[in-house]
Ligand binder design. Structure first.
Ligand code: UDP
Ligand code: MG
Length: 317
C-alpha cells in the first residue's frame, strides 16, 4: 500500500525541509503497517528558493517528488494537480508550514481502519488568528451553509486523509472554479472528524491577505449555491407590491385632497434606492456569468514547468 502526501508550496523555502523532517518521524508507523510513502510537493510558482530546497530533499530521498507550476495558480489548482498525479492508495493533503501536524497521521489512519472513507481535521478554536478574520470567517460559514445544500464545515482544514475511491470522485469534478471545502462535502462518503488545537505557522508568512480570503469566500458561495440569483426575483416581487400599494394610496389621496405638487425629495430617495437594488442584483448575475464564462473557456487549471519524478511509486497514470 502506498500513501501520497500532497503538499502545496508557495514561497515556502524556509519550511519544506522542516516539513520533511517532521513527516519522516512517522516512518516507524508506516513500517508497522507496511505502508510505503511518497511526498508530492506542488510548487505553485514560487519566486524564492522553494524548488531548490525540494530538489535537495529529492537527492536525499527519492520518495520526494515535485511538480512545479509555470506561475502562481493558487492552492486549489495545486491540490488538483496533486490529486491528478498521486499514485497512492491513500492520499493526504497537508500544508507545508506544519500547521497540519504530521504527527496526527497515525490517529487519522485509525479512522480508515474503522471503515471511514476519509478522515478530516478541524480546529478546536481559531486561537492566534486576528479577531476580525475570525469574525468574518464566522459570517461566511453561516451564510454559505444557509445558502447551499452542500455542507461546509467551519474550522475545517485542508488536512485530510482519503482512500483512492474518494480521490477518484474528486477528480471526476472537473470544474474550473474549484472550492475544495465544498467539493469534499459534495462528493459525500463517510468522513470522520478529528479536532486539534490550532498550531501557528512556524516560519515564513501566511499567503492569504484579507482581500484574497474575501474573494475566495465569494467564490465558495457562488460555486456551491445559486440562491443569490433568486434574490433579484424576490426583491422584484417585493418592490412591485410596494409600488402597487403606493399607487393606490396616491390615487386615493389625489381624489380626496386634490393634487399639490410636492414630494420630490421622497421621489429621489425611492429612485436611488431602487436603482441601487437593481445594480446589486445585476452584479450578482454578473458574478455567475463571469464564472460560467471561465468555465466554458475550459482553460487548464495549471501549467507544469518542471517535474521531479523517479517512478518509485510505480506506473504513472
Ligand atoms: N499556498 C499555495 N498557493 C498559494 C497560497 C498558498 O500553494 O497561492 C500553500 C502554502 O504554501 C501553504 C498552504 O497553501 O502550504 C497554506 O497557505 P498559508 O499557510 O499561507 O495559509 P493559512 O495557513 O494562513 O491559511
Ligand atoms: Mg498556514
Amino acid at each position: 500500500m502506498l500513501l501520497t502526501a500532497i503538499v502545496p508550496c508557495y514561497n515556502e523555502e524556509e519550511t519544506v525541509a522542516d516539513f520533511y523532517t517532521e513527516f519522516i518521524k512517522n516512518r516507524e508507523f508506516f513500517d508497522s503497517r507496511s505502508l510505503d510513502y511518497e511526498i508530492l510537493f506542488i510548487d505553485d510558482g514560487s519566486t524564492d528558493r522553494t524548488v531548490e530546497e525540494v530538489k535537495k530533499l529529492h537527492e536525499k530521498d527519492s520518495k520526494v517528488r515535485m511538480i512545479s507550476f509555470s506561475r502562481n495558480f493558487g492552492k486549489e489548482a495545486a491540490m488538483y494537480a496533486g490529486f491528478q498525479n498521486a499514485r497512492g492508495d491513500y492520499v493526504v493533503t497537508m500544508d507545508a508550514d506544519l500547521q497540519d501536524p504530521p504527527s496526527l497521521l497515525p490517529e487519522m489512519f485509525q479512522g480508515i481502519d474503522e471503515g471511514y472513507d476519509s478522515v478530516a481535521t478541524r480546529r478546536f478554536s481559531r486561537k492566534g488568528e486576528p479577531p476580525i478574520r475570525s469574525f468574518f470567517a464566522g459570517i461566511f460559514y453561516r451564510l454559505a451553509n444557509a445558502l447551499s445544500k452542500t455542507e461546509i464545515v467551519d474550522g475545517a482544514r485542508d488536512y485530510r486523509l482519503m482512500t483512492r475511491q474518494v480521490v477518484d470522485a474528486i477528480l471526476s469534478m472537473t470544474e474550473y472554479n474549484r472550492f475544495t471545502k465544498g467539493i469534499y462535502g459534495w462528493v459525500g462518503f463517510k468522513t470522520k472528524w478529528i479536532a486539534f488545537e490550532n498550531v501557528e505557522r512556524t516560519k515564513g508568512t501566511s499567503k492569504w491577505s484579507f482581500w484574497k480570503l474575501f474573494l475566495y469566500a465569494i467564490e465558495g458561495i457562488i460555486a456551491f449555491s445559486t440562491a443569490p440569483l433568486a434574490i433579484a426575483s424576490f426583491l422584484g416581487v417585493l418592490f412591485c407590491f410596494l409600488a402597487f400599494v403606493l399607487i393606490v394610496v396616491i390615487i386615493v389621496r389625489t381624489l380626496v385632497f386634490g393634487d399639490p405638487t410636492s414630494g420630490w425629495p421622497s421621489l429621489v430617495c425611492i429612485i436611488a434606492l431602487i436603482s441601487g437594488v437593481q445594480l446589486f442584483c445585476l452584479g450578482i448575475v454578473g458574478q455567475y456569468l463571469s464564472k460560467a464564462y471561465l468555465e466554458v473557456k475550459r482553460r487548464p487549471l495549471y501549467l507544469v514547468k518542471e517535474e521531479l519524478d523517479t517512478g518509485a511509486g510505480g506506473e504513472k497514470a
